[in-house]
Structures are given as structure tokens and as C-alpha cells.
Design a protein. Structure first.
Length: 170
């Protein structure tokens, strides 16, 4: 017999036991997996307590969300209710407009999406003049450092060339 024939013969005699060995290894692994999972699982009492804690946390988060919505609505009602000639805007320390009251938007014929998220000096009311934009940028920068600014300024209203005289407080 040639060496390759001997090797082939040996392999053929070994192959019938391979599936048996693989099956045994798989069964052993499954048994180990079941054992590990049983050790990891919580007793029934702990599962109930954990579920109760989760339900309480979900309810607390729901109540917090409702309280936040009510608070936001109160703020909206306050700034919108200041009167038709009081214009209020809220911005970040770097001058990005994040809120504007309805009278200010209505006076200029704007929607919130037209101005929110933009630098205040680039919004419709202020962007008509380089000097006005510069003065406002400086006031915002001072306000960001805790210094109050107050000055008279004209703001643009609607598409008409009419300007309303106002007071800027930053």
C-alpha cells in the first residue's frame, strides 16, 4: 500500500466517530450554557421588585415631562402676553435666538422658523443695517460677560420701510 492509501484508510476508519464527538461537544456546550444562564437569572422576588422600580421610574419621568410642558407653556403665555408693543427674544450667550414672542413675529410678518436658531443680528428685525448689527453684536458680547446694555434702536417691521423705535436691553 502506498503511504497516501494508508492515510486515506486511517481517515475512513476515524470519520465515523467524528460526528459522535462533535455531537458530544455540542451537548456539553449546551449544558454549560443552561447552567450559566440559571446562575445569572434573578429570583422571582427580585424580578418583581425590579419591575416595580422601573414602573415607578417611568411614571416619574412621565410626570417630569408633563411638568416641563406646563412650565414651557407658562413661559410662552407670559412673553406673549406682555402686550402688542413689547417684543421679547431669548438667546444663547453667543447670540443665537432660541425664542421670540408672538407680537415680535407678527409685527414683522414672520414665523418662528424664519428666525429661531439664527444669530440675533442676522434676523429680520436687525439685519437692515451694518451699524445696527454691529451694535447688537457688541451688546450681546457684553451681556455674555455679565454686563448689561441698554440703548435706543430702530427695528424693522414688516416689509414696509417703516421702522419702530425701540429699546434694546441685552
Amino acid at each position: 500500500m502506498l503511504p497516501s492509501e494508508v492515510l486515506l484508510h486511517e481517515l475512513r476508519s476515524f470519520l465515523p466517530s467524528v460526528p459522535l464527538a462533535i455531537g458530544f461537544i455540542i451537548a456539553l456546550l449546551l449544558a454549560l450554557l443552561i447552567y450559566v444562564n440559571q446562575k445569572k437569572s434573578l429570583p422571582a422576588g427580585e424580578i418583581v421588585v425590579t419591575n416595580q422600580k422601573l414602573l415607578i421610574e417611568v411614571e416619574e419621568r412621565k410626570q417630569t415631562g408633563i411638568a416641563l410642558q406646563k412650565s414651557e407653556q407658562r413661559l410662552r403665555d407670559l412673553i406673549d402676553g406682555l402686550g402688542p408693543s413689547i417684543f421679547v427674544g431669548l438667546m444663547t450667550p453667543d447670540g443665537i435666538l432660541i425664542e421670540a414672542n408672538r407680537p415680535a413675529l407678527t409685527m414683522a410678518g414672520l414665523k418662528p422658523d424664519d428666525v429661531l436658531g439664527k444669530p440675533i443680528e442676522e434676523t429680520y428685525w436687525w439685519s437692515y443695517s451694518k451699524e445696527v448689527k454691529h451694535q447688537l453684536r457688541e451688546a450681546v458680547a457684553r451681556a455674555a460677560h455679565g454686563e448689561a446694555s441698554s440703548y435706543d434702536v430702530q427695528v424693522r417691521a414688516a416689509e414696509k420701510p417703516t421702522h419702530h423705535r425701540g429699546r434694546c436691553h441685552a
